[in-house]
Design a protein around this ligand. Structure first.
Ligand code: S3P
Length: 449
């Protein structure tokens, strides 16, 4: 059964000004999709800038289990020899997606319309997360799912031998569910239609188009209507993965709250379905310059220059939630270091991430002396101003990389050190976090080091 290894307790201390260049790794969402679509194309796809975090490595392993050849050529540079839409082989072993909800949900989607059976599992965090949100629409294609109570992993998916196309309105704002349905639609005849009421990250749509699928996106009164024509022959691509705005958020927010900091973070994706945090930070008074805006790998990117800023609390518009869903943990740290109150509404999806992120942030911030209010769908943080957070506590990370990195960033600006009980999950999305932060002058150490 999948585990996540020995816990690695870590501590962050108040640090001098952060300076230098933070070259963050490739985007996690795009990296998963490049491997999966590469595996569904006929011929060789080349990927550069692939995130070599554990989540993505687990997806690479899964694609091999379905018959694709996936090879690392050099650091960040990968080759995927795909088997074509409908060409997946039945895996001989259980597919272990580790910590990755994106991995397991997208892979369930892409195998659900082939006449094969696969069993999926993951670590203790992933085994708690709901899979019904993908298996419900996959059942409409004709796939069957057998899992634990509450639609939990381990779970076996029996793919549809004669899939039918589907029209599906995604009930919650979820790019994973949308993408699972689109990937399933690839091997169904006719047109599969996915409707989302609020736009979520659109990497699947962009990349499907890049691989030669016929896909249209229309904004209507119903919401965003995505229509995919099934059974295309996907053409292999060269995919240049831009740097991850969700990973960039950690050095960016650290620079904003550590006095005197001035850093550069080059080549960060500014895809409008992903950049809600940056809009929010600017509204809070952040000094961020977005330099050299350009397109890389089909995504808008910019070089960021970030300087320490006196920030004020704001009410984050609910409509922005989907475009910054992974950034609320680090935003709540920034909010704790701002003057005034920050109100985050419409955030209940945070409760079903790698951990219940509202609860994890609220408990950890309280332990650090920050006043927090919490409702099912709301997180409110009462800021203590620059240098005002007492710290001096250990936060529980609940096998959640973003909770771990958020509290370590808080420790750089708090009066007393902040520790996390387990920093090991950071390797799922940001394996170079410690070295990168140390390079900027951040004091983050492992226990006993
Ligand atoms: C992701 C979608 C989001 C996000 C996750 C990556 C993706 O999850 O939280 O980190 O790559 O599609 P949901 O679809 O559950 O919102």
């Amino acid at each position: 059964m999948s585990g996540h290894g020995e816990p690695i307790p870590m501590t962050a201390r108040k640090s001098g000004p952060l300076k230098g260049v933070a070259e963050v790794p490739g985007d996690k969402s795009i990296s998963h999709r490049a491997l999966i679509l590469g595996a569904m194309a006929v011929g060789e796809t080349r990927v550069t800038g692939l995130l070599e975090g554990q989540d993505v490595l687990d997806t690479a392993k899964a694609m091999r289990a379905f018959g694709a050849e996936v090879t690392q050529l050099a650091p960040g540079e990968w080759s995927v020899r795909g088997v074509g839409v409908g060409g997946f082989a039945e895996p001989a072993e259980v597919i272990d997606c580790g910590n990755s909800g994106t991995g397991v949900r997208l892979i369930m989607g892409c195998m659900a319309t082939s006449p094969i059976t696969a069993t999926f599992t993951g670590d203790a965090s992933l085994r708690k997360r709901p899979m019904g949100r993908v298996t419900d629409p996959l059942a409409l294609f004709g796939a069957r799912a057998y899992g634990r109570q509450g639609g939990r992993l381990p779970m076996t998916i029996v793919g549809a031998a004669e899939p039918v196309p589907v029209r599906y309105t995604v009930p919650m704002p979820s790019a994973q569910v949308k993408s699972a349905v689109l990937l399933a639609g690839l091997n169904a005849p006719g047109q599969t239609v996915v409707i989302e009421k609020e736009p979520t990250r659109d990497h699947s749509e962009r990349m499907l188009r890049g691989f030669g699928a016929e896909i249209t996106v229309e904004d209507t009164d119903e919401g965003r209507v995505i229509t995919l024509t099934g059974q295309p022959e996907l053409k292999p691509q060269t995919v240049a993965v831009p740097r991850d705005p969700s990973s960039a958020a950690f050095p960016v927010c650290a620079a904003l709250i550590v006095e005197g900091s001035d850093i550069r973070v080059p080549g960060v994706s500014q895809n409008p379905t992903r950049n809600g945090l940056y809009t929010t930070l600017v509204e809070m008074g952040a000094d961020i310059a977005f330099e050299n805006p350009r397109e890389e790998g089909g995504e808008p990117v910019a070089d960021l220059r970030v300087r320490f800023s006196a920030l004020k609390g704001i009410e984050v518009p609910e409509a922005r939630a989907a475009s910054m869903i992974d950034e609320y943990p680090i935003l709540s740290v920034v909010a704790a270091c701002a003057e005034g109150t920050t109100v985050m509404r419409g955030v209940k999806e945070l409760r079903v991430k790698e951990s219940d992120r509202i609860d994890a942030m609220a408990r950890g911030l309280e332990a650090c002396g920050v006043r927090v209010e919490e409702e099912e769908d709301v997180l409110i943080v009462h800021g203590m101003g620059p240098g005002g957070v007492p710290g001096g506590a250990t936060a529980k990370t609940h096998i959640d990389h973003r909770i771990a990195m958020s509290f370590l960033v808080l420790g750089l600006a708090a009066q007393k050190p902040v520790s996390v009980d387990d920093g090991s999950p950071i390797a799922t999305s940001f394996p170079v976090f410690e070295g990168l932060m140390a390079g900027l002058g951040a004091e983050i150490v492992r226990a006993g080091a």
